[in-house]
Structure formats: structure tokens, C-alpha cells
Design a protein around this ligand. Structure first.
Ligand code: GDP
Length: 358
């Protein structure tokens, strides 16, 4: 009778399943190092392959010069398939319930058979890292939903860089057949203006009784919003939410009429209890219908594209200027002269610009 393998020999030999694992790790590594074939990536992306979409976004986010040519080809191939979604921006201060709302709203939309992509811009994430990861876990149902795609912005990017990649990600998501693109941003500053310039409809989430109603109006975010949703309108908070709604409605009357022909609406909801969510979607479809009929919808997208062109030129000129060797050498010298009061900033700027022949 052949002897049974002792446990000691078994521990030294590699089991079949281990070999299979190693082989699959090997093939994964190979795949990862495979050069990106743009035509194949575009084909898979248009066929709604989520991993192709993720890969495509990673490519446009890449700062490596060897990827930038491919990223351009990718975008050009995707552009004819873009422009078909409804783009919604959602903003609000931390804690207002953005993730909870997007979870409820997104799930509602996928329930209607829509494919929903969520792109998150978190200007604080480059400092805090991982806060978006928290977002993902707070969107438990959506993460598992096959009709939903969630993508945080690349951390460590400047807001300008994030804005570019977000715009380009919108194009990619549309080419991948997403009907609704939600761009989430933390309402703490400039990011709202950037997001406003990328979306068709801008929704501001607010809390009742936070004492910031009038402050918010002064800060001007409200001027950007097509609707204000007072969230957490549940339990003991319902009365305060209704009061805040009235206040906002009254305040909004002070603003001039909009080119869109749309009068911004104020609505209450409870993301946690899934209440008022369908009202918000109905309101957005009403807006889209109105602005598609009066031509504003297309007009504003064209305006946004023109702004995109100008911003792209500005950012490329800027990076070309600051990355030129001659400027890298001369700039510290000029800064030093300014510190010693030996030259004015204007003269230094003239000199540097003349060096770069721009
Ligand atoms: P975010 O920072 O804006 O993304 O906010 P979160 O979605 O993380 O929500 C912050 C907290 O508010 C969490 O504890 C949520 O459970 C809670 N929250 C969100 N929406 C509602 C709501 O409609 N009603 C109530 N009562 N709590 C909510």
C-alpha cells in the first residue's frame, strides 16, 4: 500500500488550487501590464463593460505623458457617443446627507430602469484621503447595483485638475450608456461653481434650522441652484423643514428671473426615510422638458463646451509655461529679486513671459 502523504510533505508541496491561484495572479499581472489598445477599450466601453469604463477613467486621470496621447484618442472616439445623459450636480455641506440622498435617489432611478453614474468631487479628499471611501460604504445598495457606477475623484489633484478629469469622465460615462450622471461635490467653496459649469441641473441640499438660511443666500450658492431640497424632513424636524422651505421660497423671489425660464424650486425630503425622492426626480424631468423645449438645454451645453475650450487652453498654457526649463531656472531668481525689492512683480512677469516667447 502506498504511504499516505504526511502533513509535513503536504505543507512543502504546492496544492492544485494554489497553482491555479498563482496562474490567475500571473495572468492578471500580465493583463495589467498589457499595453492599452484604445480601439478595444472603446469597443468594450461602448458595450457597457464597467471594468473598461474604470480603466478608461484611470487613463484620463493619469499624469504620465505616455498616457496623454492615448487619453486624447480615447476621448475623441467616445465623443460621438456622448451628450445623451441628464447631468445633475448635487452639493451641500458635510453632514447634510448627500451620500444618503444619492443612495436613495440613485436606487430610485435604477428602479426606473435607468443606468446611473456617480462621480464624486471632494476637494478635501486630497488632505483627508479616504473620505470618499466612507462615501462608498454609505452607498451600500448602489455599490452592489449593476445599473450604478460610482467613481470618486482622484485624490491629491488640484481642483482644476479634478474638474478636467470629471468633465472627461462625464463623456466616458455617457459613451458607456449611462442615462443619468450625478456629480457630487462637498459644498465648501469653489467646487460648486466648477460643477455648475458641467451639469444641466444643480441641486442644493440644505438643513432646516441650521441658522444658515440667510448666510447661504449671501454666499451666492443659491444663485447657482435650480432647486433647494431641505433634507432630514422627518420626525421632529418636519415643522422646521417646512418653515425653512417657506423662508427659502420667499428669499428666492428676490433674485432676478433666469435665462432658462425656470423658477428655482424649494422642496423637502427625507433621504433616510426615502420620502420626497420621486418628487425631486419629477421636478428634474419637468426642468429638462421645459429647457429642451425652449432651447436652453442645448444652448447651455454649448456654452459649457466653449468654457471648457477656454479653460483647457488656459491650463495647457500655464503648465507649458511653468514646466519650461528656462522658466524653472529664472522664476526663483525673479522671486528672489522681488523679495529684495529690486524689481516690481510686473517687470518680473514681463521678463519671464518674454523668456518663454509666449
Ligand atoms: P454627507 O456628509 O452630506 O454625505 O451626509 P451623510 O449622507 O453621510 O449623512 C450624515 C448623517 O445624516 C448620517 O448619520 C445620516 O444617517 C443622516 N441623514 C442623512 N439623511 C437623513 C435624513 O433624511 N433624515 C435624518 N434624520 N438623518 C439623515
Amino acid at each position: 500500500m502506498p504511504k499516505k502523504k504526511t502533513s509535513s510533505t503536504a505543507s512543502h508541496s504546492v496544492s492544485k488550487s494554489e497553482i491555479t491561484n498563482l496562474k490567475s495572479i500571473d495572468s492578471l499581472k500580465k493583463k495589467r501590464n498589457e499595453p492599452i489598445v484604445i480601439s478595444k477599450l472603446v469597443k468594450n466601453l461602448i458595450n457597457q463593460d464597467i471594468s473598461a469604463l474604470s480603466k478608461a477613467i484611470t487613463l484620463i486621470e493619469s499624469k504620465s505623458p505616455k498616457h496623454s496621447k492615448k487619453a486624447k484618442l480615447l476621448l475623441e472616439a467616445c465623443l460621438p457617443h456622448a451628450n445623451r445623459s441628464i447631468r445633475i450636480g448635487i452639493t451641500g455641506v458635510p453632514g447634510v446627507g448627500k451620500s444618503t440622498f444619492i443612495e436613495a435617489f440613485g436606487t430610485y432611478l435604477t428602479g426606473l430602469g435607468k443606468r446611473v453614474a456617480i462621480l464624486a468631487i471632494d476637494p478635501s479628499s486630497s488632505i483627508s484621503k479616504g473620505s470618499i471611501l466612507g462615501d462608498k460604504t454609505r452607498m451600500e445598495a448602489l455599490v452592489k447595483d449593476k445599473k450604478a457606477f460610482i467613481r470618486p475623484s482622484a485624490t491629491g489633484e488640484s481642483l482644476g485638475g479634478t474638474a478636467r478629469t470629471t468633465r472627461e469622465s462625464v463623456v466616458l460615462c455617457e459613451a458607456a450608456g449611462y442615462d443619468i450622471i450625478i456629480i457630487e461635490t462637498v459644498g465648501v467653496g469653489q467646487s460648486e461653481t466648477k460643477v455648475r459649469g458641467m451639469v444641466d441641473f444643480f441641486l442644493l441640499l440644505k438643513l432646516a434650522g441650521a441658522g444658515d438660511e440667510l448666510q447661504g443666500i449671501k454666499r451666492g450658492i443659491i444663485e447657482l441652484a435650480d432647486a433647494i431640497a431641505i433634507n432630514k424632513s422627518d420626525g421632529n424636524n418636519v415643522k422646521a423643514a417646512l418653515f425653512a422651505m417657506k423662508e427659502f421660497k420667499r428669499a428666492l423671489h428676490l433674485f432676478p428671473a433666469r435665462d432658462s425660464g425656470w423658477f428655482p424650486k424649494v422642496i423637502t425630503c427625507s433621504a433616510l426615510r426615502n420620502e420626497g425622492i420621486s418628487n425631486i426626480w419629477n421636478m428634474i424631468t419637468e426642468y429638462v422638458e421645459l429647457t429642451r423645449n425652449n432651447g436652453y438645454f442645448d444652448k447651455i451645453r454649448q456654452e459649457q463646451n466653449k468654457t471648457w475650450l477656454i479653460q483647457t487652453i488656459e491650463s495647457r498654457l500655464k503648465s507649458r509655461f511653468f514646466n519650461a526649463d528656462i522658466i524653472k531656472k529664472a522664476l526663483p531668481e525673479q522671486l528672489d529679486l522681488i523679495e529684495k525689492n529690486k524689481i516690481t512683480p510686473f517687470a518680473a512677469a514681463d521678463y519671464l513671459l518674454s523668456l518663454s516667447e509666449m
